[in-house]
Structures are given as structure tokens and as C-alpha cells.
Ligand binder design. Structure first.
Ligand SMILES: Cc1cc2nc3c(=O)[nH]c(=O)nc-3n(C[C@H](O)[C@H](O)[C@H](O)COP(=O)(O)OP(=O)(O)OC[C@H]3O[C@@H](n4cnc5c(N)ncnc54)[C@H](O)[C@@H]3O)c2cc1C
Length: 414
């Protein structure tokens, strides 16, 4: 075990690495450029709504074993809520049809043979075509491997892949989609239960982690942006934070858990994904109507998922670059019209907020996926973490946490 491990970046990858190392009794220091931890998975008080909201709605599945285990470790396992079974409410906003997908718990997928459990308008045979993705080449797009048309595609496959990859299936990586299928649908409903952090991402993923680290004397330095590394032969020799420098002993380890563009600036000759996709979230402050499902998938609309929180309704649109320049008020009104239809609410626009994350995730195309570097670098004491590193998963909480765990394990072997 190194003398001290410096973790750069306190997003979920950096926090997961720090938590794993601190749990093993390592001496850890975390350096975060921003004034708060959580990175792309954070909560904050929104002045327009006067409530705490998340930068984006984050959906997890029971298949996300590293994320669930991280939450257990930091004592926040109870913070995720969701239905007891893998039930997904959907609505086709054009036809008005509503249905609930009910995936049975075991591996044998008998739900696809039950017209009341599967997607309306589909047959059991349609689902078997998904299996082609399980052995798809990493060089192919989803739509080169499976048929991207018809009710199953429009009503389940496209919403699922778009949400998981944040990339349109016609350009999305078949290999990454195959991993999602393998870890979720192919593993049965027990792996597909949806979860959300009902009381906010911060209170579930971030604050308990900071508490766990503080209790183990881990120093987390906010406003401490790494400007450069000084390298000596095959290792990092010091960390340059501009105002101060931290010398790195040969027996110290460094985990770099920053976004890919920042990592490429800091580490010579590092190849990283360089294309990104946006996610748009809109939050509407009101008490949700009684009986509204906590998560609803919307087909044939602009909004894709509607999340119901105690003090607001929030929507998510993935691969949402086309909305980045739409005036905020116009967007809020258009989105609310759909929310009002789905939730059965009046047309009057309630207090709203739009959050547009331009670089929400790297574009999960075959080309960008191929650019993801492994955790090990050319420097013996420097390891990479982040949802964009070579995790085999798309950019997700689960991928970020697995990457942090992997970097922590590697640094522990130094
Ligand atoms: C709107 C939105 C919705 C999403 N929805 C989902 C979802 O439903 N389900 C899901 O699983 N995932 C979702 N994701 C993806 C998920 O949020 C990310 O995969 C995850 O948070 C990435 O964590 P990370 O630690 O890899 O990166 P980041 O969160 O980007 O963390 C990097 C950290 O490094 C810090 N930093 C940057 N430069 C420096 C520097 N020079 N020195 C020190 N620190 C630095 C940053 O401030 C940041 O805190 C969503 C993302 C967004 C944006």
C-alpha cells in the first residue's frame, strides 16, 4: 500500500476510490477543483424554485452492484427507492395508450410470453432478436446488429438504449448495448428494478461519502484544481496546484478522476473520448398528483422520462444537443405541455427550471468507445478513473464507481 494516495477529482469515481482506500486504512487526500463534491451527480439549492434539485435525474437499476455496494459502505443504502419488482410504467403520448412492462424476477424470461406483461403490439419472437447484441462486435452500431424499427424498438429498445448510452441507437455502440442487456434484461427482473435517490443525489451519493471520509481523517480540499503534473522518469514527482505544489514520494500513489478533456491536458499522449452528448432536465415545482407512477417512460414525445419527487416533477431528455440553443422559456412551455398530459394536470405552467448539461457523457459510439484508456498509465504511480475510462459500460454511475474501485485496487498493489 502506498504511503499516501492523492485522489484528484471528487466526482463519484474519485469518491468511490477514496472510500475504498480509506476503508482499507490507507492515508488519502482528495483534491477537488469545485466548491462541492459530486461532479456530474450533484444536488444544489435552486434559487428560482427555492428547493434543492439535482443537476439531472439519475436512474439506477438493481444490476448496478458496484453502486449499491458503495452505498452500503457509506451507510446510504436506504437512500435509493423504487418498486419491489421490475415494473416500468410507459405512455405513448400520441395514442394516449398506457402500459406497464413487468419483467419477471428470474432469468427465464416468461414475461415476454405474457401479453399483459410485455410491450403492447409485440410478440415473444421480437424479443429474441435482442440476443444478437450479446455477441455484437465493438465496431458495430446497434442498428447494424438489430432491427431499429417496429413497436418493440420504438416502445422499449430505443428508450432503453437512449437512456443507457445517451446516444441515438443508430450511432450507439452495439458492444455497450450488449453489456447493458447482459447485466439487466438477460439477468432477469431481479437485476432490472429501477431506483432513484428520492431525497436527492447529494444526500445519498455524496454527503454520506464525505462523512465516511471525514470519520477516517481523509482530507478533502475543495477549490484545489490540479494544474499540472511534474513527471520524473516513470513516475509522478509532484502535483502542481498553481498556488502550491505537493511533492510525491516514490511510494505515494495518484488517482486522476477528472473528466476526459481535463485528463488529456494533464497527461501527455493520453487518448480519450472527445465527442460528447448533452442531457436536458426540466424541473417543475408542484406536489405530484396522487397515484402517479414514480418513473414513467414516454414514447413518441419530446420528454423521455418523467420522475415524480415529493416537491417536483422532473423530466429527462437524452442525446439532447438539439435543445441546447432553444430559449429556456420556450422549452419549459413545450415540455410542460407534455408533462401536463402524462400527469393529468392543468396547462398553466408551474415554477420551472431547465438544466442543460452540455457534456453530460461521452458519445457512446463505437469510435469514441475505442478511445477509452485503461486505468493503468505509462507512469508507475498514476492511475485513471472516471466513467469515460475503459470500464466496458457506458458513462453511468455504475461505470464511474467501478472505475474508482479498480483504480483503488491497482494503487493498493503498488
Ligand atoms: C444530467 C445527467 C444525467 C445523468 N443520468 C444518469 C443516470 O440516469 N444514470 C446513471 O447511472 N448515470 C447518469 N449520468 C452519468 C453520471 O452522472 C456520470 O457517469 C458520473 O457522475 C461520472 O462521475 P465521474 O466521477 O466519472 O466524473 P465527474 O462527475 O465529471 O467528476 C470529475 C470531478 O473532477 C473535478 N475536476 C475537474 N478538473 C479538475 C482538476 N484539474 N483538479 C481537481 N478536480 C478536478 C470536477 O469538478 C468533478 O468533480 C448522468 C449525467 C448527467 C450529467
Amino acid at each position: 500500500m502506498p504511503r499516501t494516495v492523492h485522489v484528484i477529482g471528487a466526482g463519484l469515481a474519485g469518491l468511490a476510490a477514496a472510500v475504498r482506500l480509506a476503508a482499507r486504512g490507507a492515508s488519502v487526500v482528495v483534491h477537488e477543483a469545485a466548491g462541492q463534491a459530486g461532479g456530474r451527480c450533484r444536488s444544489y439549492h435552486d434559487p428560482a424554485l427555492d428547493i434543492v434539485i439535482d443537476n439531472g435525474n439519475h436512474l439506477l437499476l438493481s444490476a448496478n452492484r458496484a453502486a449499491l455496494s458503495y452505498l452500503e459502505t457509506i451507510g446510504a443504502g436506504a437512500g435509493l427507492v423504487g418498486p419491489a419488482a421490475a415494473d416500468f410504467a410507459f405512455m405513448d403520448i400520441v395514442s394516449g395508450e398506457r402500459w406497464t412492462l413487468r419483467i419477471n424476477a428470474g432469468r427465464l424470461p416468461w414475461w415476454i410470453f405474457d401479453a399483459k406483461r410485455r410491450v403492447p403490439g409485440t410478440t415473444a419472437g421480437d424479443y429474441l432478436s435482442f440476443a444478437w447484441l450479446l455477441c455484437a462486435s465493438d465496431e458495430k452500431t446497434i442498428c447494424e446488429v438489430v432491427k431499429c424499427a417496429g413497436p418493440l424498438y420504438e416502445r422499449l429498445a430505443r428508450p432503453l438504449w437512449l437512456a443507457a448510452l445517451n446516444t441515438e441507437p443508430k450511432e450507439g455502440s452495439a458492444g455497450l448495448a450488449g453489456t447493458i442487456i447482459r447485466e439487466t434484461l438477460a439477468a432477469g427482473g431481479k437485476a432490472c428494478r429501477p431506483f432513484i435517490a428520492r431525497d436527492g443525489l447529494g444526500s445519498v451519493f455524496v454527503e454520506p461519502a464525505l462523512g465516511f471520509l471525514a470519520a477516517r481523517k481523509v482530507k478533502v480540499q475543495f477549490g484545489h484544481r490540479l494544474r499540472a503534473f511534474d513527471f520524473a522518469q516513470d513516475s509522478v514527482a509532484s502535483l502542481d496546484f498553481g498556488e502550491d505544489k505537493v511533492a510525491i514520494d516514490g511510494s505515494d500513489g495518484v488517482i486522476l478522476a477528472v473528466p476526459p478533456v481535463v485528463a488529456a491536458d494533464l497527461v501527455p499522449d493520453l487518448t480519450v473520448p472527445s465527442e460528447f452528448r448533452a442531457i436536458v432536465n426540466a424541473h417543475f415545482r408542484l406536489e405530484p398528483p396522487a397515484g402517479l407512477a414514480p418513473i414513467i417512460g414516454i414514447v413518441n414525445g419530446t420528454i423521455e422520462w418523467l420522475f415524480s419527487f415529493p416537491d417536483r416533477l422532473s423530466i429527462t431528455i437524452s442525446a439532447a444537443d438539439r435543445f441546447l440553443d432553444v430559449p429556456r422559456e420556450t422549452l419549459a412551455r413545450e415540455l410542460w405541455e407534455e408533462v401536463a398530459i402524462v400527469a393529468g394536470l392543468p396547462k398553466a405552467l408551474p415554477p420551472w427550471q431547465i438544466v442543460r448539461e452540455r457534456r453530460a457523457t461521452f458519445a457512446a459510439t463505437p469510435g469514441e468507445n475505442a478511445k477509452r484508456p485503461p486505468a493503468m498509465t505509462a507512469w508507475s504511480n498514476l492511475f485513471l478513473a472516471g466513467d469515460w475510462t475503459r470500464t466496458g459500460l457506458p458513462a453511468t454511475i455504475e461505470g464511474a464507481i467501478r472505475s474508482g474501485n479498480r483504480a483503488a485496487d491497482l494503487v493498493g498493489e503498488m
